[in-house]
Design a protein around this ligand. Structure first.
Ligand code: ADP
Length: 496
């Protein structure tokens, strides 16, 4: 009889469920997209009931498939879009407002009002004071839903990120819990004491009565109540999506660096048991925690990565599908001269310039679709190089990068990444690192694995891309990129 773990990957645009075997092989999967709501400029919401229904649908589907395959599912791991915020009524389990999604900027003014506390907030949380994180979103809900604040003061409301909400629903209200990685993205969690922080709660005006209990990533999060799923299963592993990808890539050693190239790009560097404060505007975050020990990470985020390719396809329509970007990019030489700075949604780390906007430099009359495609892919490599440079300034030099996400199916992209970063790029056999990480964590708790060393033995690399570019060409590419970024920042300044 094959043993399996059900991994629920609740992402920003879809919910996925995958059953993995003990070797980390995906045995069956199901996926469902759900609606994105944009009620006002800069606002992004999800319907919590739609998220819950999509979760039930994909879980039922994979559990049925697993049964047909003769697989015994032992437990559940959950990974989720981070920071997205929900508040629900403890008595009814019904959210009092839609989920406010991580991309939502409605609380920018509240962050501006708190600016004087910015440094203290960063010192405690490792994050920046930004609407991206959960705290101001919770306060917004409590202040805008009638009676919510008084209900919260009386202990009648619960806050949770998506993991917490799903566990509440799966256990039918028996467990109000989260894990350290999700907690570390709220701006309310002190990453040094590894506990909710009273001063942060006071500054953000969030009553501590709404907060979930925080557990390690491999822990007893509760058991799904009878009838919710075809089986009652222990929920044994939880981590936010980027941290789960670090675990799924077996990035357990200090210095391990993983970079996920989906819609955006998130690079996490394992810094071991010490949180490393960044001098380069990287975030310090909990990478994972096991048996009461936290392992920290430095995180750099690029807002648009695969989204550049979506823009090529759906925006300017120069390609029919994402794959076509590779053929076009390959058709040009290194000295094609066109640079795209893809600041479509501002520039993330290490610049953090929300008002920067995208720009293209170096066009001539023979500039073609190929130039756009090539420049869009190159830009993601240059931006990753800027992140690695920031990490090096913070004292950590990497010699290889573990990559995953939709974009790394593109061989040309992976090779150019190796060329620009001057490190080996390791592409895993299983590119579903996020879901796999949640399964590994649950497997640890359930005793399928004795320790992380045993998990590391399962690491399977499909291909390694090694640097091969002429150093002069690389230097010229980087010089063009830096000039283009400086010009873009200058334009952002002039543009207000
Ligand atoms: P997410 O989880 O954020 O939805 P995925 O990891 O599923 O993202 O990756 C999807 C992204 O990868 C899309 O933005 C798509 O444009 C990009 N992508 C997929 N295949 C390729 C390819 N062959 N070359 C470049 N980009 C690609």
């Amino acid at each position: 009889m094959t043993q399996g773990i059900l991994s629920i990957d609740q992402g920003t645009t879809s919910t996925r469920a995958i059953v993995f075997d003990k070797q980390g092989k995906a045995l069956c999967s199901a996926q469902q997209e759900f609606t994105q709501y944009f009620p006002k400029n800069g606002w992004v919401e999800h319907d919590p009931e739609e998220i819950w229904q999509s979760t039930l649908t994909v879980c039922h589907s994979v559990l049925d498939q697993a049964q047909a395959l003769g697989v015994t599912v032992e437990g559940i791991g959950i990974t989720n879009q981070r920071e997205t915020t929900l508040v629900w009524d403890r008595a009814t389990g019904k959210p009092i407002y839609n989920a406010i999604v991580w991309q939502d900027r409605r609380t920018a003014a509240m962050c501006a009002d708190l600016a004087a506390k910015g440094e203290q907030i960063t010192a405690k949380t490792g994050l920046l004071l930004d609407p991206y994180f959960s705290a101001t979103k919770i306060a917004w809900i409590l202040d805008h839903v009638p009676n919510a604040r008084s209900q919260a003061e009386q202990g009648e409301l619960a806050f949770g990120t998506i993991d917490s909400f799903l566990i509440w629903r799966l256990t039918q209200g028996q467990a109000h819990v989260t894990d350290t990685t999700n907690a570390s993205r709220t701006n309310l969690f002190n990453i040094h004491t590894m506990a909710w922080d009273d001063s942060l709660c006071a500054w953000f005006n969030v009553p501590s009565s709404v907060l979930p209990r925080v557990l390690d990533c491999a822990a007893d999060f509760g058991t799904s109540a009878p009838g919710v799923l075809p089986l009652s299963l222990p929920i044994a592993g939880v981590a936010g999506d980027q941290q789960a990808a670090l675990v799924g890539q077996c990035g357990f050693n200090k210095g391990a660096l993983k970079s996920t190239y989906g819609t955006g790009c998130f690079a996490l560097l394992n810094t071991g048991t010490e949180p490393l404060a960044s001098t380069s505007k990287l975030l310090t975050t909990v990478g994972y925690s096991l048996n009461g020990q936290a392992y920290y990470a430095l995180e750099g985020s690029i807002f648009t990565a695969g989204a550049n390719v979506q823009w090529l396809r759906d925006g300017i329509q120069v390609i029919d599908n994402a794959k076509a970007s590779q053929v076009l990019a390959e058709s040009l030489d290194y000295d094609h001269g066109v640079v795209l700075v893809p600041a479509f949604a501002g520039l993330g780390a290490p610049h953090w310039k929300p008002n920067a906007r995208a720009a293209i430099y170096g066009m001539t009359r023979d500039t073609s679709n190929a130039h756009f495609a090539r420049a869009a892919l190159e830009a993601v490599c240059y931006q990753t190089n800027d992140l690695l440079h920031a990490m090096a300034q913070d004292g950590v030099q990497s010699t290889s990068v573990l990559v995953d996400g939709g974009m790394v199916a593109n061989d040309w992209f992976c090779q150019f990444l190796a060329d620009i970063l001057q490190v080996d790029i390791q592409r895993p056999v299983n590119m579903e690192s996020t879901a796999l990480g949640a399964a590994f964590l649950a497997g640890l708790q359930l005793g399928l694995y004795a320790n992380v060393e045993e998990i590391s033995e399962l690491k399977a690399i499909e291909r390694v891309f090694t640097p091969s570019i002429d150093p002069h060409i690389r230097k010229a590419c980087l010089a063009r990129w830096q000039a283009a970024v400086q010009s873009t920042l200058l334009f952002a300044q002039a543009n207000g």
